[in-house]
Design a protein around this ligand. Structure first.
Ligand code: C5P
Length: 219
């Protein structure tokens, strides 16, 4: 079983996908975290964010892994826990450049497909319904207004003790949306067979409920 959830930055995809995966007892795959981890690797090793060759070599040397604990899903690069580090502003500002690199996408998409071949998955990202899992049984495209998304990211960051001003977050989100939707390879776009879900005026439980209903209807 493959459930694909795509949408722009901070549209609530990961929060919802995680909860839906929990309810269904499926593996949750956060593909954004994988591109963030690749960006973190470049930054740590002082590699240019446009250097596809060096970044893919680093990714092969230090593979990305997810580890599920009772309370959260941790992201590892090699043996380093990068769960917090990949959420900082420097990573958010540069991830679109790294994720636009063809070789990096090629490698990470292969890993995403392997995970989906070995498990029932709820996978979220930008190109899951269009490129990674075009045969997914359920495809959802999740949106919300930029203001609402910045507000959500602000609250999320506060909980993680990251204090980025709200207007900076709005700017970052709008810029990232633009770059993600206008890149040459696998741009962010709704798959023709995806169901559009606008979450602007919905709370988390309402969205989870709606997604579970959509899944039931489409199985
Ligand atoms: O989902 P999140 O906002 O953490 O994703 C971070 C970035 O990773 C996105 O802005 C996008 O550039 C990239 N991404 C992507 N394809 C995916 C998931 C994320 O290009 N499937």
């Amino acid at each position: 079983m493959q459930i694909a959830i795509d949408g722009p930055a901070s549209s609530g995809k990961s929060t919802i996908a995680k909860k839906v995966a929990q309810q269904l007892n499926f593996l949750y795959v956060d593909t954004g975290a994988m591109y963030r981890a690749a960006t973190w690797l470049a930054q740590q090793n002082q590699v240019d964010f446009g250097d596809a060759l060096k970044i893919t070599l680093l990714l092969k040397k230090y593979p990305i892994n997810f580890k599920l604990t009772k309370t959260q899903q941790l992201v590892f690069v090699g043996s380093t826990d990068v769960t917090q580090a990949i959420r900082t502003s420097i990573i958010s500002q540069n991830v679109s450049q790294v994720s636009a690199l063809e070789e990096v996408r090629h490698l990470l998409v292969q890993q995403q497909r392997d995970l989906a071949n070995q498990n029932n998955v709820v996978m979220d990202g930008r190109d899951i319904g269009t490129v990674v899992l075009p045969q997914a049984q359920v495809k959802i495209f999740m949106t919300a207004s930029v203001d609402e998304r910045a507000q959500r990211r602000y609250q999320e960051n506060l909980a993680r003790n990251i204090k980025t001003p709200l207007d900076q977050l709005q700017q970052e989100i709008a810029t990232r949306d633009y770059k993600d939707s206008h890149r040459k390879i696998s741009p962010l776009k709704q798959a023709v067979d995806a169901i559009l879900l606008d979450t602007t005026s919905l709370d988390i439980d309402q969205v989870v409920q709606k997604v579970l209903e959509i899944i039931q209807l489409n199985l």
